[in-house]
Design a protein around this ligand. Structure first.
Ligand code: URA
Length: 313
Protein backbone atom coordinates (compact mmCIF):
# COMPACT_ATOMS: atom_id res chain seq x y z
CA UNK A 1 0.00 0.00 0.00
CA UNK A 2 2.81 2.41 0.88
CA UNK A 3 4.50 1.73 -2.43
CA UNK A 4 1.22 2.33 -4.24
CA UNK A 5 1.06 5.70 -2.49
CA UNK A 6 4.45 6.59 -3.99
CA UNK A 7 6.37 6.02 -0.77
CA UNK A 8 9.72 4.36 -1.06
CA UNK A 9 9.81 1.28 1.16
CA UNK A 10 12.59 -1.05 2.08
CA UNK A 11 13.09 -3.61 4.81
CA UNK A 12 15.90 -6.13 5.20
CA UNK A 13 15.20 -9.28 3.16
CA UNK A 14 13.56 -11.99 5.20
CA UNK A 15 13.25 -9.83 8.29
CA UNK A 16 9.55 -9.21 8.23
CA UNK A 17 7.33 -6.40 7.09
CA UNK A 18 8.68 -2.87 6.96
CA UNK A 19 7.60 -0.64 9.83
CA UNK A 20 6.13 2.53 8.35
CA UNK A 21 7.93 5.67 9.44
CA UNK A 22 7.42 9.33 8.70
CA UNK A 23 9.28 11.15 5.97
CA UNK A 24 12.11 12.49 8.13
CA UNK A 25 13.93 9.33 7.21
CA UNK A 26 17.48 10.32 7.98
CA UNK A 27 16.99 12.41 11.04
CA UNK A 28 19.50 10.94 13.48
CA UNK A 29 17.16 10.66 16.45
CA UNK A 30 14.41 9.23 14.29
CA UNK A 31 16.64 6.56 12.84
CA UNK A 32 18.05 5.72 16.26
CA UNK A 33 14.56 5.39 17.65
CA UNK A 34 13.57 3.26 14.67
CA UNK A 35 16.56 1.04 15.21
CA UNK A 36 15.79 0.72 18.89
CA UNK A 37 12.11 -0.07 18.29
CA UNK A 38 13.03 -2.30 15.38
CA UNK A 39 11.26 -5.28 13.90
CA UNK A 40 11.35 -8.71 15.46
CA UNK A 41 14.85 -9.06 14.09
CA UNK A 42 15.90 -5.80 15.70
CA UNK A 43 16.33 -3.82 12.51
CA UNK A 44 14.82 -0.54 11.44
CA UNK A 45 12.76 0.00 8.34
CA UNK A 46 12.14 3.58 7.37
CA UNK A 47 9.86 5.08 4.78
CA UNK A 48 10.55 8.32 2.95
CA UNK A 49 8.54 10.37 0.55
CA UNK A 50 10.77 9.78 -2.44
CA UNK A 51 8.93 8.76 -5.60
CA UNK A 52 8.56 5.05 -6.22
CA UNK A 53 10.94 3.72 -8.84
CA UNK A 54 10.60 0.85 -11.20
CA UNK A 55 12.06 -2.38 -9.87
CA UNK A 56 14.01 -2.80 -13.09
CA UNK A 57 16.35 -0.07 -11.92
CA UNK A 58 17.78 -2.58 -9.51
CA UNK A 59 18.47 -5.19 -12.19
CA UNK A 60 22.17 -5.91 -12.06
CA UNK A 61 24.13 -5.24 -15.22
CA UNK A 62 26.51 -8.03 -16.11
CA UNK A 63 30.05 -7.28 -14.90
CA UNK A 64 32.12 -6.08 -17.82
CA UNK A 65 34.53 -8.73 -19.03
CA UNK A 66 37.88 -8.34 -17.34
CA UNK A 67 36.40 -5.52 -15.24
CA UNK A 68 39.69 -3.69 -14.92
CA UNK A 69 39.82 -0.07 -13.80
CA UNK A 70 39.95 2.44 -16.60
CA UNK A 71 43.46 3.83 -16.82
CA UNK A 72 44.14 6.83 -14.59
CA UNK A 73 46.71 9.27 -15.92
CA UNK A 74 49.99 8.56 -14.14
CA UNK A 75 50.82 11.23 -11.59
CA UNK A 76 54.53 10.74 -11.75
CA UNK A 77 56.67 7.73 -12.48
CA UNK A 78 57.34 7.48 -8.77
CA UNK A 79 53.78 7.69 -7.44
CA UNK A 80 51.35 7.06 -10.29
CA UNK A 81 49.35 4.02 -11.30
CA UNK A 82 51.76 1.29 -12.28
CA UNK A 83 54.59 2.75 -10.19
CA UNK A 84 56.68 0.54 -7.95
CA UNK A 85 55.02 2.22 -4.96
CA UNK A 86 51.48 1.34 -5.99
CA UNK A 87 52.61 -2.19 -6.93
CA UNK A 88 54.09 -2.60 -3.46
CA UNK A 89 50.95 -1.27 -1.75
CA UNK A 90 48.93 -3.78 -3.78
CA UNK A 91 50.73 -6.63 -1.98
CA UNK A 92 50.14 -5.48 1.62
CA UNK A 93 47.90 -7.19 4.15
CA UNK A 94 45.63 -5.23 6.53
CA UNK A 95 48.19 -4.47 9.27
CA UNK A 96 50.94 -3.54 6.82
CA UNK A 97 48.56 -1.44 4.75
CA UNK A 98 47.49 0.47 7.85
CA UNK A 99 51.14 1.02 8.80
CA UNK A 100 52.00 2.15 5.26
CA UNK A 101 49.19 4.72 5.33
CA UNK A 102 50.30 5.94 8.77
CA UNK A 103 53.87 6.41 7.52
CA UNK A 104 52.94 7.76 4.07
CA UNK A 105 54.73 10.91 2.94
CA UNK A 106 53.62 10.88 -0.69
CA UNK A 107 51.92 14.30 -0.58
CA UNK A 108 52.04 17.48 1.46
CA UNK A 109 49.13 16.45 3.71
CA UNK A 110 51.56 14.44 5.81
CA UNK A 111 53.03 17.74 7.04
CA UNK A 112 49.74 19.05 8.42
CA UNK A 113 47.93 15.88 9.54
CA UNK A 114 47.95 14.71 13.13
CA UNK A 115 47.56 11.17 11.92
CA UNK A 116 46.35 9.24 8.91
CA UNK A 117 42.74 8.03 9.13
CA UNK A 118 42.90 4.61 7.59
CA UNK A 119 39.38 3.21 7.93
CA UNK A 120 37.31 1.20 10.38
CA UNK A 121 34.80 -1.60 10.59
CA UNK A 122 34.71 -5.30 10.03
CA UNK A 123 37.17 -6.70 7.51
CA UNK A 124 34.40 -9.20 6.69
CA UNK A 125 31.82 -6.50 5.98
CA UNK A 126 29.71 -6.86 2.87
CA UNK A 127 29.22 -3.09 2.63
CA UNK A 128 31.95 -0.56 1.96
CA UNK A 129 31.15 3.12 2.53
CA UNK A 130 33.62 5.53 0.92
CA UNK A 131 33.70 9.17 1.99
CA UNK A 132 35.90 12.07 1.02
CA UNK A 133 38.61 12.90 3.54
CA UNK A 134 39.05 13.22 7.30
CA UNK A 135 38.00 16.45 8.97
CA UNK A 136 39.30 17.93 12.21
CA UNK A 137 37.49 15.40 14.45
CA UNK A 138 38.75 12.46 12.43
CA UNK A 139 42.28 13.86 12.28
CA UNK A 140 42.23 14.09 16.08
CA UNK A 141 40.69 10.67 16.74
CA UNK A 142 42.13 8.62 13.88
CA UNK A 143 38.64 7.23 13.09
CA UNK A 144 36.63 8.08 9.97
CA UNK A 145 33.30 9.89 10.25
CA UNK A 146 33.22 10.69 13.95
CA UNK A 147 31.99 14.31 13.69
CA UNK A 148 28.50 15.57 12.90
CA UNK A 149 28.57 14.00 9.43
CA UNK A 150 29.56 10.73 11.07
CA UNK A 151 26.54 10.84 13.34
CA UNK A 152 24.31 11.25 10.33
CA UNK A 153 26.15 8.43 8.56
CA UNK A 154 25.53 6.19 11.58
CA UNK A 155 21.84 7.05 11.42
CA UNK A 156 21.79 6.22 7.71
CA UNK A 157 23.46 2.88 8.39
CA UNK A 158 21.10 2.12 11.26
CA UNK A 159 18.17 2.88 8.99
CA UNK A 160 19.37 0.03 6.78
CA UNK A 161 20.00 -2.25 9.76
CA UNK A 162 23.78 -1.89 9.32
CA UNK A 163 26.58 -1.29 11.79
CA UNK A 164 30.11 -0.05 11.34
CA UNK A 165 31.30 -2.13 14.30
CA UNK A 166 34.10 -4.61 13.76
CA UNK A 167 33.74 -8.33 14.33
CA UNK A 168 34.97 -10.41 17.22
CA UNK A 169 37.53 -11.98 14.86
CA UNK A 170 38.94 -8.49 14.33
CA UNK A 171 39.26 -7.88 18.07
CA UNK A 172 42.69 -6.63 18.98
CA UNK A 173 43.02 -4.88 15.64
CA UNK A 174 42.11 -1.30 14.88
CA UNK A 175 39.39 -2.58 12.56
CA UNK A 176 37.80 -4.51 15.40
CA UNK A 177 38.21 -1.83 18.03
CA UNK A 178 34.48 -1.58 18.68
CA UNK A 179 33.66 -5.25 18.21
CA UNK A 180 33.31 -5.95 21.90
CA UNK A 181 30.66 -3.31 22.53
CA UNK A 182 28.75 -4.49 19.48
CA UNK A 183 28.76 -8.13 20.54
CA UNK A 184 27.93 -7.25 24.15
CA UNK A 185 24.41 -6.25 23.12
CA UNK A 186 23.61 -9.74 21.86
CA UNK A 187 24.47 -11.87 18.91
CA UNK A 188 27.34 -10.58 16.77
CA UNK A 189 26.09 -9.15 13.50
CA UNK A 190 26.62 -11.17 10.32
CA UNK A 191 28.85 -9.65 7.60
CA UNK A 192 25.83 -8.65 5.52
CA UNK A 193 24.83 -6.27 8.32
CA UNK A 194 28.27 -4.70 8.64
CA UNK A 195 29.85 -1.75 6.85
CA UNK A 196 33.51 -0.89 6.54
CA UNK A 197 34.13 2.87 6.37
CA UNK A 198 37.00 4.42 4.43
CA UNK A 199 37.86 7.67 2.70
CA UNK A 200 39.38 8.53 -0.66
CA UNK A 201 42.01 10.58 1.20
CA UNK A 202 43.58 9.20 4.36
CA UNK A 203 44.85 12.56 5.60
CA UNK A 204 43.00 15.78 6.39
CA UNK A 205 43.25 18.60 3.88
CA UNK A 206 44.00 21.72 5.94
CA UNK A 207 40.96 23.88 6.63
CA UNK A 208 38.77 21.10 5.19
CA UNK A 209 39.48 22.31 1.67
CA UNK A 210 38.63 20.03 -1.23
CA UNK A 211 41.08 17.23 -2.01
CA UNK A 212 43.52 18.11 -4.78
CA UNK A 213 43.69 15.74 -7.79
CA UNK A 214 47.36 15.05 -7.09
CA UNK A 215 46.58 14.11 -3.47
CA UNK A 216 43.77 11.82 -4.55
CA UNK A 217 45.94 10.08 -7.12
CA UNK A 218 48.76 9.51 -4.64
CA UNK A 219 46.39 8.21 -1.98
CA UNK A 220 44.39 6.02 -4.33
CA UNK A 221 46.50 2.84 -4.01
CA UNK A 222 45.48 2.62 -0.33
CA UNK A 223 41.76 2.60 -1.06
CA UNK A 224 42.28 0.25 -4.00
CA UNK A 225 44.07 -2.21 -1.74
CA UNK A 226 41.41 -1.85 0.96
CA UNK A 227 38.80 -2.80 -1.63
CA UNK A 228 40.86 -5.76 -2.83
CA UNK A 229 41.33 -7.04 0.72
CA UNK A 230 37.74 -6.43 1.79
CA UNK A 231 36.11 -7.56 -1.46
CA UNK A 232 32.82 -5.96 -0.39
CA UNK A 233 29.55 -7.03 -1.99
CA UNK A 234 28.61 -3.37 -2.59
CA UNK A 235 30.26 0.04 -2.45
CA UNK A 236 28.35 3.12 -1.35
CA UNK A 237 30.21 6.19 -2.62
CA UNK A 238 29.27 9.29 -0.63
CA UNK A 239 29.81 12.62 -2.29
CA UNK A 240 31.36 13.90 -5.48
CA UNK A 241 34.98 13.09 -4.73
CA UNK A 242 34.39 9.47 -3.79
CA UNK A 243 31.99 8.87 -6.67
CA UNK A 244 34.00 10.59 -9.38
CA UNK A 245 37.33 9.09 -8.39
CA UNK A 246 36.05 5.53 -8.05
CA UNK A 247 34.10 5.77 -11.30
CA UNK A 248 36.72 7.77 -13.20
CA UNK A 249 33.94 10.17 -14.08
CA UNK A 250 33.54 13.90 -14.30
CA UNK A 251 29.74 13.72 -14.27
CA UNK A 252 28.06 15.71 -11.50
CA UNK A 253 26.87 13.73 -8.51
CA UNK A 254 23.22 14.32 -9.38
CA UNK A 255 23.77 12.51 -12.68
CA UNK A 256 25.65 9.61 -11.08
CA UNK A 257 22.90 8.91 -8.54
CA UNK A 258 19.97 6.65 -9.23
CA UNK A 259 21.67 3.72 -10.96
CA UNK A 260 23.96 0.87 -10.11
CA UNK A 261 27.51 1.37 -11.40
CA UNK A 262 30.35 -1.11 -11.37
CA UNK A 263 33.78 -0.81 -9.78
CA UNK A 264 35.94 -3.75 -10.82
CA UNK A 265 32.78 -5.80 -11.18
CA UNK A 266 31.40 -4.75 -7.77
CA UNK A 267 28.10 -2.86 -7.66
CA UNK A 268 28.57 0.77 -6.66
CA UNK A 269 25.79 3.15 -5.65
CA UNK A 270 26.33 6.90 -5.40
CA UNK A 271 24.70 9.15 -2.85
CA UNK A 272 25.11 12.54 -1.26
CA UNK A 273 27.79 13.11 1.35
CA UNK A 274 26.35 13.33 4.88
CA UNK A 275 28.02 16.73 5.37
CA UNK A 276 26.09 17.99 2.34
CA UNK A 277 22.88 16.52 3.75
CA UNK A 278 23.46 18.42 6.99
CA UNK A 279 23.62 21.62 4.95
CA UNK A 280 20.77 20.63 2.61
CA UNK A 281 18.29 18.56 4.64
CA UNK A 282 15.74 18.74 1.83
CA UNK A 283 17.95 16.29 -0.10
CA UNK A 284 17.62 13.60 2.58
CA UNK A 285 14.68 12.00 0.80
CA UNK A 286 16.86 11.53 -2.28
CA UNK A 287 19.61 10.06 -0.14
CA UNK A 288 17.10 7.64 1.34
CA UNK A 289 16.14 6.69 -2.19
CA UNK A 290 19.82 5.92 -2.88
CA UNK A 291 20.09 3.82 0.27
CA UNK A 292 17.01 1.86 -0.77
CA UNK A 293 18.59 1.27 -4.18
CA UNK A 294 21.74 -0.03 -2.50
CA UNK A 295 19.78 -2.26 -0.12
CA UNK A 296 17.60 -3.61 -2.91
CA UNK A 297 20.70 -4.31 -4.97
CA UNK A 298 22.18 -6.24 -2.05
CA UNK A 299 18.97 -8.16 -1.54
CA UNK A 300 18.76 -8.98 -5.25
CA UNK A 301 22.33 -10.29 -5.21
CA UNK A 302 21.74 -12.37 -2.11
CA UNK A 303 18.62 -13.84 -3.63
CA UNK A 304 20.49 -14.95 -6.75
CA UNK A 305 23.71 -16.10 -5.09
CA UNK A 306 24.42 -19.50 -3.59
CA UNK A 307 24.07 -19.39 0.20
CA UNK A 308 27.14 -17.92 1.85
CA UNK A 309 29.12 -20.82 3.30
CA UNK A 310 30.15 -18.58 6.20
CA UNK A 311 26.62 -17.46 7.02
CA UNK A 312 24.99 -18.97 10.09
CA UNK A 313 22.42 -21.65 9.21
N1 URA B 1 33.86 13.46 5.90
C1 URA B 1 34.40 12.44 5.20
O1 URA B 1 34.25 12.35 3.99
N2 URA B 1 35.10 11.54 5.86
C2 URA B 1 35.28 11.57 7.16
O2 URA B 1 35.93 10.67 7.70
C3 URA B 1 34.69 12.63 7.88
C4 URA B 1 33.98 13.57 7.23
Amino acid sequence: MLAAMGLRVWSPAGLGEPAPRPAAALDASEAAAAAAAGTAAGTAAIVATAPAESASRVAMPAPPAGAALPAHPPVTAEYGAGSARSARIATLDWPDLRRAAADCRACGLCDTRRQAVFGSGSTQAHWLVVGEAPGADEDASGEPFVGAAGQLLDAMLRALGLSRAGEASDAGTEEGAVAASDAADGEPLPPQRRAYIANTLKCRPPGNRNPAPEEMARCEPFLQRQIELLRPRLILAMGRFAAQSLLRSTEPLGKLRGRVHRYQGLPLVVTYHPAYLLRSPAEKAKAWDDLCLAAETMDAMQATQAPDATAPA
